[in-house]
Structures are given as structure tokens and as C-alpha cells.
Design a protein around this ligand. Structure first.
Ligand SMILES: [Zn+2]
Length: 249
């Protein structure tokens, strides 16, 4: 009887041992699968995030045609930005201050109504200055983006000036704040969006104070290649231009 019990009992621990080894293997595989799926999801998410933040808006690409919608959050001073870049802006400004400069955030997100007002004010200013009423809108568009074509409506663009010299003209480029931002903005995912001598490409005048968030990887590429977002978009999102890029290499 005891013998039978023993023989009956003996295989049981063996089965148990075999079973727990399988369980461990199963658990390991499950963890590996989770890590793999997690990594892929993260990759997809980053890709989606990156393509969202490189959305191109200019006089030839209106925001309403892009399907882009900002997800806004407060960045202080009554201003808002898209959630993708609010924290990046804060660290950029903090590090610029820590470097001894006085960056001053002048403008961030603008809704359509604000952009309409800005544009209408510029049109009126030109008419008051003697411009022909019919030509005033085209003239105004040379310095103020037409409603729907301003990056500020994306919540991905900011105007930053130096607190010791807050002028929004070409002299702004000489300030310590701009020199620091020019060298370092890419580290936070921002680019100088409207460089000098690039108006034909960007459709905007030189604006040494206007920075646009595009994500760190894209910002690094644009900064290191010394190109505009328009050129970046045609290089990486347009097959015809990609061939030109390959030939150029
Ligand atoms: Zn701006």
C-alpha cells in the first residue's frame, strides 16, 4: 500500500517540475512578446507624433487642408501651446536663462480670430498709410500670415525676443538670446523657421524671433543641413524630390 502510494506519488513531483519549467518559459515568452509589442507601439507612436509635429503650413498649405488639430495646454502668461512641445519650450527657456540671457515669450498659440484681427489691423495700417485698398491685402500678407496660413494657429510656433532688446526686426538676431537659441533650439526640437534669404521658400520674411517645434530628430536634421521646413518636407515626404536628394548625394 505504502509502495503503491510511493510509486503513485513519485511521478507527481516530476510532472510538477516539468510544468513549472514550462510556466517559466511561458512567462518569459509572454514578457518578451510584451516588450516587443511595446517597443513597436512606441515606435509607431513616435512616428505618428513626429509626422504630426512636422505638419507644413505656409501660404501654399493652409491649416484647414492638413487635418491637424492642436491639443492645447497653458505655458504661462495667458499663452497656450500644443501639448507636444509645451514642456520642451519651458526647458529651452529655462536653460537659456541659466546661460545668462533674458528670453521673453511674446506669442505662442493664436486662434483663427486673433490671426484675422492681426491681419485686418495690418491691412488697415497700410490703407491708412496710403496703400490702395485692393492691394492692401496682398501687401499685408508679406508681413502678416493670412488667417489659416499662420503656424501660430498650430500651437507649434513661438515668438521669442531678448528682454533687453525686444524689437521684432532684423536687429533681434544680434541679441544674446537669439544667438543662444540659434545654436541650441534644435536640442529641444525647435527650429528657426524663417531664416534670412529664404522667403521664396518659406513665403515669410526673415523672422529671427520665430521658432517652430518639429521634434528633436527633425530639428537636428533641419539645423545640421541648414535647410527650411519646406525643403525638409519635399526631401522626405515627396518622392520626386527624394530622387533629387539621392542624386545630390
Ligand atoms: Zn511668429
Amino acid at each position: 500500500m505504502a509502495q503503491t502510494m510511493q510509486t503513485e506519488n513519485r511521478p507527481a513531483p516530476r510532472r510538477k517540475g516539468y510544468g513549472s519549467a514550462l510556466k517559466y518559459l511561458g512567462a518569459l515568452l509572454a514578457v518578451a512578446l510584451l516588450v516587443f509589442v511595446g517597443a513597436r507601439l512606441k515606435g509607431w507612436q513616435e512616428q505618428r507624433l513626429e509626422s504630426r509635429t512636422v505638419v507644413l503650413v505656409n501660404p501654399w498649405n493652409y491649416m484647414d487642408d492638413t487635418g491637424y488639430k492642436p491639443h492645447l495646454t497653458n505655458v504661462g502668461g495667458g499663452m497656450k501651446l500644443d501639448r507636444s512641445c509645451a514642456a520642451k519650450l519651458k526647458s529651452m527657456l529655462a536653460d537659456c536663462r541659466a546661460a545668462g540671457y533674458e528670453p521673453l515669450l511674446l506669442s505662442a498659440y493664436r486662434d483663427r480670430e486673433e490671426q484675422e484681427q492681426l491681419f485686418a489691423q495690418q491691412v488697415q495700417r497700410l490703407i491708412d498709410g496710403g496703400a490702395d485698398a485692393e492691394q492692401a491685402e496682398d501687401l499685408a500678407a508679406e508681413t502678416v500670415a493670412r488667417p489659416g496660413s499662420s503656424e501660430h494657429e498650430l500651437g507649434l510656433a513661438v515668438d521669442i525676443v531678448d528682454g533687453t532688446h525686444p524689437a521684432t526686426d532684423d536687429t533681434q538676431e544680434r541679441t544674446g538670446t537669439q544667438q543662444w537659441l540659434r545654436e541650441n533650439a534644435w536640442r529641444y526640437g525647435f527650429i528657426l523657421r524663417y531664416p534670412e534669404d529664404a522667403s521664396d521658400l518659406t513665403g515669410a520674411p526673415y523672422e529671427p524671433w520665430h521658432y517652430r517645434y518639429v521634434g528633436e530628430d527633425t530639428a537636428w536634421q533641419i539645423y545640421s543641413l541648414g535647410i527650411t521646413l519646406e525643403e525638409y518636407s519635399s526631401l522626405f515626404y515627396n518622392e520626386e524630390a527624394e530622387i533629387v536628394f539621392d542624386e545630390a548625394e
